[in-house]
Design a protein around this ligand. Structure first.
Ligand SMILES: [Zn+2]
Ligand SMILES: [Zn+2]
Length: 349
């Protein structure tokens, strides 16, 4: 039986409340390709280094859709979806001293081991033992999730839940920018204006880097223009090109549109071969880099301590948990960010 209380009366009260781990919660699970349903699951128990988070919202992105549509395999069905989550700390483990019950947090959904050679070099995105939420481990689209405390970041107070769900994908952009070395006053092109592309454009604009984009789907292109980005014009080349479409034509044009000495950063996951003329790379002195998610802890630290100011402009589709099926079916066509509201912040039960 689930308890429901209107207000939080004391820390001790909250702790007692969330310790009812025999209670059940609702979660959104993929039952089969293209079909999600609400399922009941026990509220997870937490370890000494973990916290229990009452989830308030979860964003939907391209990799969730790849799972939903069956392009990316998951270990089992039913499979709990989602990885771009925010919530409120409901309980803390015995060793946790850095997080507090009632604190708002943004979750970092890739847990690196911090002891393999990649982690020791600082490139935790290459961790050999990486736990990927929603892909190798059940997702965050549930009323409660257990999370290692170090991977739950105190949320910037000024942002709403819908803005906070954009921080994880924004961190993907933050890491790509850091790895590119792009600086104020230079020109950059973003290929593709899906949510990753739009978030990159926001970051470029806020950092004073010339933000151009190419995007064939008009509603997304319109949104990019609304943000203040400029449409790529024929003949222009760029010092930095960020490929986010994950398509073969997008990847090919990214290489052609870099100017001599330029850097191409690939974020999109095109899985088919792309035509590259080595002489073009050599004569153009081009650098091609792959940018995989972000590195712990530096990139989430950067995003949460100095979040983008204009996130609200790209939030378009808000869905209740009951309408998750509709949310996943609509997300491809929604320009901007779709997200699922799991619960309001006020109630802790
Ligand atoms: Zn994502
Ligand atoms: Zn590692």
């Amino acid at each position: 039986m689930a308890f429901r209380f209107g207000a939080i009366e004391s820390d001790e009260f909250e702790r007692q409340l969330s310790r009812n781990t025999g209670d059940f919660m609702r979660a959104v699970a993929l039952i089969e390709t293209g079909k999600v349903e609400i399922v009941d699951r026990p509220i997870p128990a937490i370890g000494a280094d973990e916290i229990l988070v009452k989830v308030t919202g979860v964003g939907i992105c391209g990799s969730d859709l790849a799972v939903f549509e069956g392009h990316r395999e998951v270990p089992e069905y039913p499979w709990i979806m989602g990885h771009e989550a925010v919530g409120v700390v409901a309980e803390i483990g015995g060793n946790v001293t850095t997080r507090k019950v009632g604190q708002k947090v943004v979750l970092e959904p890739n847990y690196c081991c911090m002891h393999c050679s990649s982690c020791l070099s600082g490139a935790t995105s290459g961790c050999e033992n990486r736990v990927i939420i929603g892909m190798t481990t059940p997702g965050y689209l549930a009323e409660y999730v257990a999370v290692p405390a170090d991977f739950a970041w105190p949320a910037p107070a000024e942002l709403s839940t819908s803005e906070l769900v954009c921080l994880e994908p924004s961190t993907v952009g933050e890491a790509a920018l850091r790895r590119s070395g792009a600086k104020k006053g230079e020109l950059a092109l973003v290929v593709g204006a899906g949510s990753t592309g739009l978030l990159l454009l926001i970051l470029l604009l806020e950092k004073g880097i010339g933000a151009y984009f190419s995007e064939p789907y008009k509603p997304r292109a319109d949104l990019a223009v609304e943000l203040g980005a400029k449409i790529h014009d024929e003949g222009r080349q760029y010092q930095y090109v960020f490929e986010t479409s994950g398509s073969v034509p997008g990847s090919e044009s990214a290489i052609h549109l870099a100017r001599p000495g330029g850097t191409i950063v690939l974020l999109g996951l095109a899985t088919e071969p792309v035509k590259i003329v080595p002489a073009e790379i050599v004569r153009g002195r081009l650098t091609i880099k792959g940018s995989m998610i972000y590195d712990h802890p530096q990139d989430f630290f950067a995003t949460t301590s100095n979040p983008p100011k204009t996130l609200s402009k790209i939030i378009r589709g808000e869905f209740a948990m009951e309408n998750a099926q509709r949310a996943f079916m609509a997300a491809r066509d929604v320009a901007g960010k779709s997200w699922i509201s799991v619960s309001s912040e006020g109630e802790l039960a």
